[in-house]
Design a protein around this ligand. Structure first.
Ligand code: GUN
Length: 286
């Protein structure tokens, strides 16, 4: 039986820590961190994510500012809003919920967000900082996945780590974080030959492919730590991960469920990044 890695519990712990630090920041310095969340259009999944972010802000004691813009918003209009938020001292973090409608170039928007307020860590400056290991923010999902690995007590240094998926948001930064921890890291993707022979080497296996039940038992080494970043909706409406949980769980030493694994961590790390941004913008180091 594998240890079930409880993302809800770890997420609650991180948020409680952020709440306490926020209380201290308000009492000692009179500063309340503020997060601006921008949503363009009516995507129902994005709406749910944005509502959850707002609720999390309230729970940890942040101010949250929501900007819900219509589907037909132009790139110029969105850039103008980003510039306003960049200049607003009450806003310490800016998050533009992706995807944005097709008339808007998401790269142009990401590039326009002040790197100091880029709590997603998507701006090229922050991405570059992660490459050289000199960063203040980490992208929320890989940072959350790393917290879950740490919660198992497993030491990453020297271990074989395999990441399946090479996205800018998850796969690439995840590999970089594991490398910073002195893991021996391989990134696999859709063109990888004999994928199973590579993933079977992994002491730590991270699946971020976006395909339901993609990782099967024959792809997993006995005793591996398995982190499932996927959130896929099946035809019956149920959520499932990239890992065939029922088949893989008996082989793993620790595994994240979906839902209740990496998912809840993403928002917790967003709260932490916003607090870090607020402190940095006020030159507070305690
Ligand atoms: N859409 C899905 N996940 C994310 C995220 O982490 N950040 C932003 N900005 N948009 C998203």
């Amino acid at each position: 039986m594998a240890q079930l890695i409880d993302g809800k519990a770890v997420s609650a712990k991180v948020k409680e820590q952020v709440r306490l630090e926020t209380q201290a920041l308000i009492e000692k310095h009179g500063i309340t961190p503020g997060l601006a969340v921008v949503i363009v259009g009516n995507d129902p999944a994005s709406r749910v994510y944005v509502n959850n972010k707002k609720k999390a802000c309230e729970a940890v004691g942040f101010k949250s500012f929501e900007y819900a813009l219509p589907e037909e918003t132009t790139q110029e209009e969105l850039l103008e809003l980003v510039e306003t938020l960049n200049a607003d001292p009450n806003v310490n973090g800016i998050l533009v919920q992706l995807p944005v409608p097709k008339q808007i170039d998401d790269k142009a928007i990401i590039n326009a967000i002040s790197p100091a307020k880029d709590v997603d860590a998507f701006h090229p400056e922050n991405v570059g900082r992660i490459m050289i290991g000199d960063y203040s923010f980490l992208p929320c999902t890989p940072a959350g996945a790393m917290e879950l690995i740490d919660s198992t007590g497993i030491e990453v240094a020297g271990k074989r780590c395999v990441v399946i998926g090479r996205s800018n948001i998850v796969g690439k930064p995840m590999a970089m974080l594991l490398l910073h921890r002195s893991g021996t890291v391989t990134i696999c993707h859709s063109r990888t030959q004999d994928l199973a022979s590579v993933t079977r080497e992994a002491d730590i296996l991270v699946a971020a492919v976006g395909r339901a039940n993609f990782v099967t038992a024959d792809m997993v080494k006995e005793g591996a730590v398995v982190i499932d970043v996927g959130i896929n909706r099946l035809e019956n409406g149920k959520l499932c991960g990239d890992v065939d949980f029922a088949a893989v769980e008996p082989k793993a030493c620790a595994i994240t469920p979906v839902p209740g694994g990496v998912g809840p961590m993403t928002i917790a790390m967003l709260m932490r990044n916003t607090l870090t941004a607020a402190k940095a913008q006020h030159g507070i180091t305690d």
